[in-house]
Design a protein around this ligand. Structure first.
Ligand code: SAM
Ligand code: DTB
Ligand code: SF4
Length: 352
């Protein structure tokens, strides 16, 4: 039985003994050190055990409360501590959010993600976000929220409202974390993930690369994510968007192949999770997108804006999907299909 409310893919992979939670740092670093072609071949092979390699899940993102955040995340344009010229907006009205959700559905999104620039939600905010979750679910969309840290009670309340996914990123390795954020600890983040899982919601957790961290830190982030008691169902890999006014505005470029390696290693370590090619796509060309999909990325944020920064236009994404023979993934089923397509879910391959 699926007590942790993980996806059927995770259950199937667990039954095959294909989900590891005991990765050592050396093992992860060894994956990063593979010749590029060997790493991508391995990632693509693993990808095909649990996913149709020609489908990409499409989510839409909306900022429901923008800016004036008390936290000091060095990458974030929404922190009140940095002058980024961002226009602050208070919590949106429920009906306005649902209007956007309807538009997202019409443009083909299957999941609607709502983000708030909060350290954590206040009790007075909860009825509003609960109403948003219920409204989005009634539209037949999967719902996702990212509201900062949650207590167990808040996580339970969101789960009861029907929230499918909660996004809360570990962002980087435990060692590098203190260089980026001082107002909440790594342990705080792990506790929120524990509360989300405890409430029976699906977990979306990943991080950011290109913040000046070492390869060992990227390995450390993925090690932390894969060694959680359950793999997050969704793993966003963000490339830093350098925003003027933030402490990381002048950070140097990350080698693009290092970004692709991070996707591939995430795919290998968390074979039944959706790996999301997340922030930073605006600066990536089509070839880079295609490589990321080949390395095992199978989810994107779709639409012209992320939370506050630009994202490629939907037309450009659809055009590339067409040229690559990729289709948007239909809404996820809760159970394995009666007859899973053996090409994409091959139990014997998973066991081998
Ligand atoms: N305030 C909530 C929190 O931090 O938990 C939710 C919203 S926050 C903006 C969600 C995530 O967006 C962060 O954890 C971070 O990984 C990502 N993010 C924020 N600014 C970014 C940037 N400039 N580049 C890449 N990713 C970014
Ligand atoms: C995640 O990992 N990336 C998204 C989502 N979770 C909420 C946010 C990216 C934000 C990029 C900067 C901005 O647009 O403000
Ligand atoms: Fe606030 Fe979230 Fe931005 Fe950190 S990442 S400053 S918590 S909005």
């Amino acid at each position: 039985m699926n007590t942790a409310n993980t996806s059927w893919r995770q259950d199937a992979a667990a039954q095959q003994g294909d989900l590891r939670h005991d990765w050592s740092r050396e093992e992860v670093e060894a994956l990063f050190a593979l010749p590029f072609n060997d790493l991508l071949f391995q990632a693509q092979t693993v990808h095909r055990r649990y996913f149709d390699p020609n489908q990409v899940q499409v989510s839409t993102l909306l900022s429901i409360k923008t800016g004036a955040c008390p936290e000091d995340c060095a990458y974030c344009p929404q922190s009140t501590r940095y002058d980024t010229g961002l226009e602050v907006e208070k919590l949106m009205e429920v009906e306005k959010v649902l209007e956007q959700a309807r538009a997202a559905r019409a443009s083909g999104a299957t999941r609607f993600c709502m983000g708030a620039a909060w350290r954590s939600p206040k009790q007075r905010d909860m009825p509003h976000v609960v109403a948003m979750v219920k409204g989005v679910r009634e539209l037949g969309l999967e719902s996702c929220m990212t509201l900062g840290m949650l207590t167990q009670e808040q996580a339970d309340e969101l789960a009861t409202a029907g929230l499918d996914y909660y996004n809360h990123n570990l962002d980087t390795s435990p060692e590098y974390y203190g260089d980026v954020i001082t107002t909440r600890t790594y342990q705080d983040r792990l506790e929120t993930l524990d509360h989300v899982r405890g409430a029976g919601m699906k977990v979306c957790s990943g991080g950011i690369v290109g913040m000046g961290e070492q390869q060992a830190d990227r390995a450390g982030l993925l090690q932390q994510l894969a060694n959680l008691p359950h793999h997050p169902e969704s793993v966003p890999i963000n490339m830093l968007v350098r925003v003027e006014g933030t402490p990381l505005e002048n950070e140097g470029d990350l080698d693009p192949f290092e970004f692709i390696r991070t996707i591939a290693v995430a795919r290998i370590m968390m074979p039944a999770s959706h790996v999301r090619l997340s922030a930073g796509r605006e600066e990536m060309n089509e070839q880079m997108h295609a490589l990321a999909y080949f390395a095992g990325a199978n989810s994107i944020f779709y639409g012209e804006k992320l939370l506050t920064t630009p994202n490629p236009r939907a037309n450009a994404d659809m055009d590339l999907f067409n040229r690559l023979g990729i289709e948007p993934e239909q809404r996820q089923v809760e159970r394995a299909p009666e007859n899973p397509n053996p090409q994409f879910y091959d139990a014997s391959a998973a066991a081998g």
